[in-house]
Design a protein around this ligand. Sequence first.
Ligand SMILES: Nc1ncnc2c1ncn2[C@@H]1O[C@H](COP(=O)(O)OP(=O)(O)O)[C@@H](O)[C@H]1O
Ligand SMILES: [Mg+2]
Length: 259
Amino acid sequence: MELARYICVIGGKGGVGKTTSAISLAHAMGKHKKTLLVDANLSTPNAHIHLGSPMLKKSLMNALKGEISVQEAIHSHDSGLRIIPTISTVRDLKMLKYDKLKQAIRELEGHAEIILLDTAAGLNREAITAIEACDEALVITNPELSAVLDSQKAIQVANELGKTILGVVVNKHGEHRSELKVNEVEKLLDLPVIGVIPYDRRVKRAQYFKHPVTYIHPESKASKSYEQLAGLLLGKSYFESTGKDKTLYHYLLRRLGLG
Ligand SMILES: Nc1ncnc2c1ncn2[C@@H]1O[C@H](COP(=O)(O)OP(=O)(O)O)[C@@H](O)[C@H]1O
Ligand SMILES: [Mg+2]
């Protein structure tokens, strides 16, 4: 197996759709490559809540405490998604040595080709550790100024750590009439928008049914956008055949040092 790609999903602000996007992309990418989603939001983990497994006995936290190996914390969801969930108590967090996260993540080598990390909001120690643990970062934001400005800081941190920023995903597009335009987001962040996910009620519906939207509503606009983005991130481009987004595809190859 090739060396894994470690991609963190960052954004700065809470509620923009980092967890939703990490779950949907992990599910979509998982159809093409062996993929693993890791809930690296250690203080307020909720990927397992989105997926309906609140009572898990083996989570990333058990591995970080040395009780189990990190591989033992890999769970398979009914949708096919592979996930290492996190369940933490305040006491766990007080005792936690954040550096262990980096070590644990690297121990997943050989168990997946794509390792996607969901991260905490804000730019505290744990969010920064998750960025440090990865090589690539995908920025999720909403088309509103406060979210964009918060993501600007996350981008700055990732840049300072020498990470490859794959691009920006504008999520919940079309929710408000007065929102920022995609090109305004690009200008503010000085990065290309490589995915636009519409505001779609079926995303919330999927969450209610504890499934990735790409699994339960594959025909929805949000799912199609996530599938397209997953294809772009994996470098399999139906963009290429249409010629439409060729520049975007080549941009991404260059970011990864392949073009
Ligand atoms: N594209 C979307 N359309 C509609 N609702 C969305 C979309 N993306 C996320 N949401 C909703 O927004 C809320 C916050 O999403 P979440 O992924 O938990 O954000 P974060 O992880 O950034 O805090 C959830 O209720 C989720 O269902
Ligand atoms: Mg989240």
